[in-house]
Design a protein around this ligand. Structure first.
Ligand SMILES: Nc1ncnc2c1ncn2[C@@H]1O[C@H](COP(=O)(O)OP(=O)(O)OP(=O)(O)O)[C@@H](O)[C@H]1O
Ligand SMILES: [Mg+2]
Length: 281
């Protein structure tokens, strides 16, 4: 349990692009809010594309951020937070699906570089400290969407989250992806004396007509019975809803493709599983 006040934290992380990390973060956050009544905050640390803002139709609102998340990695953050009392309010945007969002910003790249000059004992603690000090009494659940690579920002996210959610896209080399992730996490744990662990893994963008995909789903379940979630089917409904600035939750049953309804049901199921795996109570 990362924080004494019972706040729970997790991050979507796989060292690969385009595997469904952002889609997962969005759907898990809405499920946590809607089905589990958790005050939920998403933090987008996954580069400057601002995919989570797009996912929730907030692209226009997040132009010219006056309180960007990259500030918490800066040397004058303590000064800022003591002199601008509402700085956290100014960072946070409400989505129309329940969770709040702190969007990514263009300063994250520079922040990643600057962190390289900080002593290793402090380098990965910035985000954890921010969440503890500034968010712990506002939210029940903080879910971070991390870059698909190991850099100083994703390490900050992993330190703060401890619980890793890994969506895996079936394919010829994808079994290695999970092994690589497990190796990465145990190396970080050993080198830096932390306790990062997988809290949920599942296959996504699964096409049941492809036997390679079915085998992948079966292997995953056999290898990780206690961590594996329901597979998420491949569905055009996800991209369509994202284009419209929504998750699958925003549509009525009869407006959704069948495959999209199954994807939504699996995301809800997986959120329950995740919360069971990490709930501190
Ligand atoms: N179940 C699904 N079926 C079909 N398409 C999907 C599904 N889940 C996600 N996608 C699509 O796959 C693409 C990649 O998904 P997403 O952006 O969530 O991945 P990511 O791991 O966050 O990528 P990046 O590394 O670029 O941040 C998006 O276009 C998304 O709409
Ligand atoms: Mg992403």
């Amino acid at each position: 349990m990362p924080y004494e006040n019972g706040l729970i934290t997790a991050a979507t992380y796989v060292e690969k692009g385009g595997v469904g990390k952002t889609t997962t973060a969005a759907h898990v956050a809405v499920a946590a809010h809607t089905d589990h009544n958790l005050d939920t905050l998403l933090i987008d640390l996954a580069g400057t594309q601002n995919d989570l803002a797009t996912q929730f139709g907030l692209d226009d609102e997040i132009q010219d951020l006056d309180a960007p998340i990259s500030a918490v990695f800066g040397s004058d953050w303590d000064f800022i937070r003591s002199n601008i009392p509402d700085v956290v309010d100014r960072m946070v945007f409400e989505t129309d699906e329940g969770p709040d969002l702190i969007p990514a910003d263009p300063g994250l790249g520079g922040a990643d570089n600057n962190l390289a000059n900080i002593d290793v004992e402090e380098r990965y603690e910035f985000l954890r400290t921010f969440i503890e000090e500034d968010l712990g009494d506002r939210y029940d659940f903080v879910l971070m969407d991390l870059p698909g690579k190991e850099d100083n920002i994703s390490l900050n996210g992993l330190f703060a989250a401890e619980n890793v959610v890994a969506p895996l896209k079936p394919g010829a080399f994808e079994e290695n992806q999970l092994r690589k992730l497990e190796t990465t996490l145990s190396e970080i744990n050993e080198d830096l004396a932390v306790n990062l662990h997988l809290a949920l893994v599942f296959a996504t963008m699964v096409d049941g007509r492809i036997s390679l995909h079915d085998n992948f789903v079966e292997d995953l379940a056999a290898e990780h019975p206690e961590l594996v979630g329901e597979p998420i089917p491949a569905t055009a409904g996800i991209g369509n809803s994202q284009d419209a600035g929504h998750t699958l939750f925003s549509f009525d049953e009869d407006e959704r493709l069948n495959s999209a309804s199954r994807a939504l049901a699996s995301y809800r199921e997986n959120t329950t599983r995740l919360l069971d795996n990490i709930t501190p109570r």
